[in-house]
Design a binder for this molecule. Structure first.
Ligand SMILES: Cc1cc2nc3c(=O)[nH]c(=O)nc-3n(C[C@H](O)[C@H](O)[C@H](O)COP(=O)(O)OP(=O)(O)OC[C@H]3O[C@@H](n4cnc5c(N)ncnc54)[C@H](O)[C@@H]3O)c2cc1C
Ligand code: SF4
Length: 460
């Protein structure tokens, strides 16, 4: 019986080897493995997996095509709903979305939906890709601010509807966090990210890089002088938070954002690159999300001994389970129920240690998680020469500060309705710029809903 077959394990690089290189950790399925894994799917009549996919991919339909060995047909099914399938197959938190609700997961292991999506996307890219149908041009121009997942998803859907779409991106490369945040060993840039961005370009979307919206030109300029009929803001949440503890301005303290941007976007990990990057002997990474895991695993590969310092327990770690597992396998040390109170420096102004306090879990807070409470008198020092803060990010205030009538809330997030409409007519927003730091697929879902709303707004 199909459901008796166990989940096909995915091949990965040996942890001892990969801890010293930047090659992708996971090899993915080959054709035979993909067909076997696809044969586990029950093709449910009311598929719970689809209900829990933020972009509504027709999962049983594409898996049925994989099972039949028609990988091109599977790619066509996915392409209807997802313009970045090779990215999502690699980085989506499937365990809390599609796979987390797969019926097979009730008594056993869910279908490996993410790994199958990745297989289909990679196969399709290597075999010429999918040609997507487009409506004829309707003569209307729409601007998109930011080329991250929300901007790319919104731009793709609008281009398919016949709009002339231009994305304005402040950095010199498109992709947002996919390009500057998530490391090469999880998401290869030239092999995966850039071809998926090229497929958005192939729909006719123009991407203008090195344009700071709010400085080079404003949203008002786009609407009033440049002939754009609507604007989608997908500018993300790139402003790092710090702890406001003594010693945070010492040499050797970094935000994870800066550290990862140097390594990923500016290729500091490559010995041929001129970009400087700090390589500590012992580095502490503060935080427990995907950003913390990425910073820690990057520091490890650059040659540091790495400790993750997190104030709650393993159970509350917000990072994907797979990333935590990989980090442990590679030799990252975890110090749970530990919170920094001061960064200590030497006579030359460089970090020499992180002073921490032990924590215990108290009553649940408003997020439902038990809040960490300091244990009095339990302070201790961790000797380190580098500290990377991975404590979350907020939206940069530049766009809100230079756009008339654009309402924001107290953390600087743009106020927008479910379909992305903001307080300013003709201006829509979505992704991390609205929700604060979230996930690739939620940002893509927001971009797609906004594209639909922009179409309705312009056709009214
Ligand atoms: C290190 C790291 C690891 C992550 N790992 C995962 C993961 O494993 N799985 C997952 O689902 N999510 C992960 N995330 C979160 C995910 O990447 C984000 O939620 C997602 O990228 C948000 O998409 P976005 O389009 O809203 O914004 P972004 O991806 O941030 O893109 C915004 C773009 O707008 C540009 N921009 C900003 N301001 C301006 C301006 N004024 N003018 C022009 N352009 C501008 C930025 O340069 C950027 O390119 C991770 C995030 C980080 C930082
Ligand atoms: S819930 Fe699981 S078994 Fe059912 S269609 Fe989705 S992937 Fe297949």
């Amino acid at each position: 019986m199909a459901e008796k077959i166990g989940r096909v394990p995915v091949r990965e690089q040996d942890p001892k080897v990969r801890a010293h290189n930047y090659e992708e950790v996971c090899y993915g399925y080959d054709e035979q493995e993909a067909v076997i894994e696809a044969s586990r799917c029950l093709n449910c009549r009311n598929p719970r997996c689809v209900q829990h996919c933020p972009v509504g991919i027709r999962i049983p339909e594409f898996i049925a095509q994989v099972k039949a060995g028609d990988f091109a047909a599977a790619a066509r099914v996915i392409a209807c709903d997802n313009s970045l399938p090779a990215v999502c197959g690699r980085v989506c938190p499937q365990e809390t979305q599609c796979e987390g609700s797969c019926i097979l997961g009730v008594k056993g292991e869910p279908v490996a939906i993410g790994k199958l999506e990745r297989f289909v996307a990679d196969w399709s890219r290597e075999h010429g890709g999918v040609s997507v149908e487009k409506e004829p041009p309707n003569g209307m121009k729409v601007a998109v601010v930011g080329s991250g997942p929300s901007g790319l998803a919104c731009a793709s859907d609008l281009a398919k509807l016949g709009y002339e779409v231009t994305i304005f991106e402040v950095l010199h490369k498109a992709g947002g966090v996919l390009q500057y945040g998530i490391p090469e060993f999880r998401l290869p840039k030239e092999r995966v990210v850039e071809p998926e961005i090229d497929s958005v370009r192939a729909l006719g979307v123009k991407i203008e890089t090195n344009v700071v919206v709010g400085r080079t030109l404003t949203i008002d300029d786009l609407l009033e002088k440049e002939g754009f009929r609507a604007v989608f803001i997908g500018s993300g949440a790139g402003l790092p938070r710090f702890m406001s503890i003594p010693g945070e301005s010492l040499n050797g303290v970094f935000s994870a954002n800066e550290y990862l941007t140097r390594s990923n976007l500016m290729k500091a990990y490559d010995p041929e690159s001129d970009t400087p990057i700090f390589i500590g002997k012992r580095v502490a990474v503060v935080g427990g999300g995907n950003v913390a895991m990425d910073a820690a695993r990057t520091a490890l590969r650059l040659g540091s001994e790495v400790t993750i310092v997190y104030r709650r327990t393993e159970k509350e770690l917000p990072a994907r389970a797979e990333e935590v597992h990989h980090a442990r396998e590679e030799g990252i040390e975890f110090r749970m129920l530990t919170n920094p109170v001061e960064v200590l420096g030497d006579d030359n102004g460089w970090v020499r240690a992180l002073r921490c306090i032990r924590m215990e879990l108290g009553e649940p807070d408003e997020s439902g998680r038990r809040s960490p409470v300091p244990v009095p008198g339990s302070e201790f020092e961790i000797p380190v020469d580098g500290v990377i803060m991975a404590l979350g990010t907020s939206p940069n205030p530049l766009i809100a500060g230079t756009t008339k009538g654009l309402e924001t809330e107290r953390h600087g997030c743009i106020v927008a309705s479910e379909d992305g409409a903001t307080s300013r007519p003709g201006v829509f927003a979505g992704g991390d710029a609205v929700t604060g730091a979230a996930t690739v697929i939620l940002a893509m879902g927001a971009g797609r809903r906004a594209a639909k709303a922009i179409d309705a707004y312009l056709k009214k």
